[in-house]
Ligand binder design. Sequence first.
Ligand SMILES: [Zn+2]
Length: 236
Amino acid sequence: MKVDILAIAAHPDDVEQTCGGTLIKMAEKGYRTGVLDLTAGDMGTRGTPDERVAEAGEAAKIMRVSHRENLHFPDARLENTISARMTLAVKIRETRPRVVILPYWQGRHPDHYRAAELGYEACFLAGLKKLDEYSEPHRPYKVLYSSIYANVTPSFVVDISGQFDRRMAALLSYRSQYGGDSEGGDLFPEEQEIRERLGAVARFYGNLVGVRYGEPFVVKETMLIEDVVAMGARSI
Ligand SMILES: [Zn+2]
């Protein structure tokens, strides 16, 4: 179950809203992609954890994800404990991604920023030889923070114009969350509202780089560019 890119997210359906287009695009390029959902949404108003994990499996197929797993950490009270870091570090050693995508490190929902911290520290731990004797050390080369819901200037934007519809289809496979007829009806926007909202957000980030739909990311280190002639996004 080795992958090239691993997205780590707090809840099932986070990835579909934040970096799913990028995962689809990378799978189309022939890379193996993976998703680790840290919780199964057991505190959510709608649906059961089993339903959400099953829906996540359907969404994974739509996004052409090679490996998706749920770690069943406690939802809405995710903690960066030693045992959570160790569990995640072992998963990183098993999947051996070159690139890890984490949520942005600030946000409204505590699970999201905690997932960012937990994910980063697990990536570090995963590279330590003596962490455990059963798995080989592996440290991801690149950590990308998905900043779609953070009001910050992205380091770069991925053009997902060709992947936007498929990403939307993946999100809508979470029928327990986005169907119109289950309990808690007023709390969740209906399908049309979701399409408009996600479309507007993706158009905003696409517009920053001159494409139709985009997904933004932040990296903490400076970007290295090999060929300045081939750079995208018009200056003037
Ligand atoms: Zn979430």
